[in-house]
Design a protein around this ligand. Structure first.
Ligand SMILES: C[S@@+](CC[C@H](N)C(=O)[O-])C[C@H]1O[C@@H](n2cnc3c(N)ncnc32)[C@H](O)[C@@H]1O
Length: 197
């Protein structure tokens, strides 16, 4: 199956929606700012970095006190990231299998497309020295009704998971320190999960 993020015309469309990394749309800028504030590590790996918007926000908030690596499976996304951010360190890799340690592994709006969260969370955890931070769509009760336990599918490939399910995956992680859930908006939570050293 061709991943839509690998289509150059789709990447051009995303740039028109999100703005480029130096000129993000207000919604995008706010989301990046919110997530970047949660980082406690010095080395940051951005899993599913896309066009590199997060790198710009990390530099804005922390200057060169943090090192950044962007990892993505899509060559088309990485090509654009390198075009806008020629000094960035962007690597092609799969979140479920990569092997690069960092204090903080961040994953912004990638799990919103994943049916099976476990391989993503487990491999990020394996590579994180201190913490993983990820944003995703979650639900508890949907439209006032008790929802079923499985994912809810939206158009445009968006998937929403039950908070309880996310927590049960996190609670199985070895060396688990703590789980914080930061509510960004009515659909989106940002989880910060810390590791005991
Ligand atoms: C919605 S975009 C988000 C991009 C970026 N994090 C942002 O917020 O601007 C999802 C990104 O995840 C990447 N992706 C999806 N599955 C992946 C995987 N298994 N490994 C690495 N990257 C993946 C896609 O190529 C795409 O760039």
């Amino acid at each position: 199956m061709v991943n839509e993020f690998d289509r150059e015309d789709y990447v051009v469309f995303l740039l028109s929606e999100w703005g480029d990394p130096h000129h993000p749309s207000p919604y995008y800028a706010d989301r990046m700012k919110f997530i970047t504030k949660l980082i406690r590590g010095k080395t940051v790996l951005d899993a599913g970095c896309g066009i590199g918007h997060f790198m710009v926000e990390v530099e804005k908030q922390y200057g060169n006190t943090k090192t950044y690596v962007g990892l993505d499976i899509s060559t088309a996304m990485l090509n654009k990231a390198r075009e806008y951010l020629p000094k960035g360190n962007f690597i092609r890799g799969d979140i479920t299998t990569f092997n690069i340690m960092a204090d903080t592994i961040v994953c912004v709006d990638v799990l919103i497309h994943q049916e099976d969260l476990t391989p993503f969370i487990n491999n990020m955890w394996k590579n994180a020295k201190k913490e993983i931070i990820f944003s995703m769509n979650v639900y508890d009760d949907f439209l006032g009704r008790r929802a079923h336990d499985g994912p809810i599918y939206f158009s445009e490939g968006l998937i929403m998971h039950r908070t309880k399910k996310v927590r049960s995956i996190l609670e199985d992680l070895k060396q688990l320190g703590g789980i914080e859930e930061h509510i960004y908006d009515e659909l989106t939570s940002v989880f910060r999960v810390t590791k005991n050293e």
